[in-house]
Write a protein of this length. Structure first.
Lengths: 319, 364
């Protein structure tokens, strides 16, 4: 276990260095001079030189990269190019809670809908219930998430027109507040996001459950006369849910990229929206910060999932 | 594309990451080589047919896959021939703003007919017009052309690079294998869409000015498509390479390879004559499934405003433009969304069908 952890941590360092290097080098070789863009058409050469120095852009690339890493290690993301002198963290800090809230609720929906649907499908395998469930899940799974968003928006518009309900089509309420208006804003994006992920969870749960039901110990449990309910809940289900731990770790990547598109369509002021607008403004320090943060999140998610996996299933030895 | 990374499970905790022997990137894609499919299926009295023909026969019986194939062929024809037919069918229109104009003008994807904004389908505009009075059907066909061209370009790079690196890594191992393993690790950690957003965002304006003079792909705001395709290929080929590597490792141990080596074949000849032909099924299946990711990827990037630029058209761009007015003109957002969904589903279903056809044992 310890050995595995050390190995994984070494791998993690490698990945983080790779990711930071890619982000850094892309910003470094990006065409155009950010300071010139910042200063506009007319500027004094002195101010230009001062700003270049202040942002550390006059150093050779390896020193810039080293500084970038050192600052990252201190959770210092530097200063924005666009709004001169504004710390990057200041820009990100409003978006972080919104995105985390969206992702968390989406994860809840993944599990609350995906897992039961998968179990029901597996227990009723190859009946019409299974076919219907898996058909819906397959379409949800294969469809681009933003198309799903747009279709839901059209549906909301239609309902609003028919009933005069005035349900909001876009935007996000106060983060982590749940008054009725907040819930109205949040319900549609969370459900869309959650259902898209649930489709994946349902497929995995179904496969895993079917696999477990074929095992010898299930036959043993049945043979010794346990009621079917005990066989399913106590013997099958517990084991079938183990792979979901890994899957939950892996879905982090999906959750992040999905959030980019959902935030864009539903006009939610999260990290995704901030990243995309800073990409459009070519505000590299902000882009670099979000990229590194998100990649780090994905890697950590996978690591935690692996550790949880060993804790849950003692048969698995990591080395 | 990249929301689909979820299908790929990098962290199989059963296998330590450094010794990722035989870990296929997509477990569901574990297609056996045609040569090793046991002759379990079918009555024995039939004449023995080649495994490929057997697979195609199975594919033809798969209704969903065949319908999908039909849809894909229709969409390809629509994007290639549709605009000419559509423009040929229209007569002269007496525009209040532009005088008499032929259909080759008003039925283009960029012509703005300001007296016809936000219209529903009519004889003149079969699918209506958008908020600038542009023909939605014409824009849709152009968008399909963009989606399909990007998909083809990306898959060509993906397959070439994937086979090249994957076979070398699997056959020879060594440093190529190490580099490939590290590269896939990074790709897994880095959400693909994020990387493409970065690349297109940073180099987008450069592409606009430099690549807009390239013939055919350059003008009409399509210059960034080359960049988008390159970025999409960049994040997808390591996965293909990993898949090919796993398969190569498996084939390498087969007896016919040993036989070829004993008969004095060189490594190059073994790879060319024995390994690569046996990769056919796995590569075709993976590439077909990857096409839907690629199409979604391009649409996502254009949706975020980083892909095709005005006055060009792309399904993603159409959705993003129309989604601002979803409460007043839902029709305009429905058309590209539904088309995109159908296109993507068709490729997924065809990919699933191919997988089942090439390896019936994966079907549960």
């Amino acid at each position: 276990m310890i050995q595995f952890l050390i190995k994984r941590l070494i791998g993690l360092v490698f990945v983080v260095i790779g990711v930071t290097f890619i982000t850094f080098i892309m910003g470094y070789f990006a065409p155009g001079d950010p300071i010139r863009t910042m200063l506009g058409e007319h500027f004094s050469p002195l101010l230009y030189a001062q700003l270049r120095h202040a942002y550390g852009l006059d150093l050779p690339w390896y020193e810039q990269y080293w500084n970038f890493l050192v600052h990252l290690a201190h959770f210092d993301f530097g200063y924005s190019f666009k709004t001169q002198g504004r710390p990057v963290w200041d820009i990100l800090k409003d978006g972080v809670p919104v995105s985390m809230e969206l992702a968390l609720w989406a994860l809840v929906v993944y599990l609350l809908i995906g897992v039961p649907v998968g179990i029901i499908s597996a227990l009723k395998a190859n009946t019409w219930v299974d076919t219907l469930n898996m058909g819906i899940m397959l379409v949800l799974y294969a469809m681009p998430i933003f198309v799903f968003c747009v279709l839901v928006q059209v549906l909301i518009v239609f309902i609003d027109q028919e009933t005069g309900a005035g349900w909001p089509v876009a935007n996000w309420g106060e983060p982590w507040h749940y008054t009725w208006t907040d819930i109205q804003f949040k319900l549609a994006p969370v459900l869309v996001f959650g259902l898209a992920g649930a489709a994946y969870f349902a497929r995995i749960t179904r496969t895993s459950m079917l696999e477990v039901m074929r095992q010898d110990y299930i036959r043993t449990a049945r043979a010794k006369g346990l009621p079917e309910r005990a066989v399913i809940y106590r013997h099958a289900l517990r084991n079938a849910l183990i792979p979901l731990i890994t899957v939950t770790g892996v879905t982090l990547g999906f959750t992040i990229t999905g959030a980019f598109l959902i935030e864009n369509i539903f006009n939610i002021p999260g990290i995704g929206t901030i990243t995309v607008s800073s990409v459009l403004d070519r505000d590299y320090p902000v882009i670099q910060a979000t990229t590194v943060l998100l990649a780090f999140g994905v890697v950590m998610g996978n690591l935690l999932a692996d550790i949880a996996y060993t804790l849950v299933d003692p048969r698995i030895k990591l080395e | 594309m990249d929301m689909r990374d979820r299908e790929i499970q990098p962290a199989s905790p059963l296998i330590a990451p450094d010794t990722n022997l035989m870990v296929p990137a997509e477990p569901e894609l574990l297609v056996e080589t045609p040569g090793v499919i046991p002759e379990a299926e079918g009555p024995k009295e039939r004449k023995p047919v080649s495994p490929l023909r057997e697979s195609l026969r199975r594919l033809r019986r798969d209704k969903r896959a065949m319908v999908s194939l039909g849809v894909i062929i229709f969409m390809v024809l629509l994007s290639l021939l549709g605009p000419f037919i559509y423009q040929h069918l229209g007569g002269i229109y007496n525009s209040p703003d532009n005088g008499p104009i032929p259909a080759t003008v008003y039925r283009t994807f960029y012509h703005q007919e300001l007296s016809h904004q936000d219209e529903l389908p009519s004889a003149q505009y079969w699918l209506g017009t958008d908020d600038l009075g542009r023909d939605i059907l014409a824009r849709l066909m152009q968008g399909l052309l963009v989606s399909i061209s990007v998909a083809v370009l990306v898959e060509v790079i993906d397959i070439t690079m994937g086979i090249l690196v994957g076979v070398l890594a699997g056959y020879f191992g060594g440093w190529i294998d190490q580099v490939l393993a590290r590269l896939t690790d990074i790709i897994f950690a880095f959400p693909g869409l994020l990387f493409i957003i970065l690349l297109t965002g940073i180099f987008g304006t450069w592409a606009d000015t430099t690549l807009s003079n390239v013939p055919i792909v350059g003008p009409n705001g399509n210059a960034r498509l080359l960049l988008v395709s390159a970025a999409l290929a960049l994040v997808s080929w390591p996965l293909m390479a990993r898949l090919v590597r796993g398969q190569t490792l498996q084939i390498k141990e087969q007896q016919f390879i040993e036989a070829a080596r004993t008969a004095g074949s060189s490594n190059l000849k073994i790879i060319w004559r024995h390994i690569i032909p046996n990769l056919f099924s796995i590569v075709v299946v993976a590439a077909t499934l990857d096409i839907s990711n690629t199409i979604i990827g391009e649409a996502s990037i254009s949706l975020l405003g980083l892909g095709v630029q005005q006055p060009g058209s792309s399904l993603g761009l159409m959705i993003s433009e129309a989604s601002n007015a979803v409460d007043t003109h839902p029709w305009e957002v429905l058309v590209p969304s539904v088309t995109l969904a159908i296109l993507v589903l068709a490729f997924s279903f065809l990919g699933d069908g191919l997988r089942d056809a090439f390896d019936p044992r994966t079907k549960d």
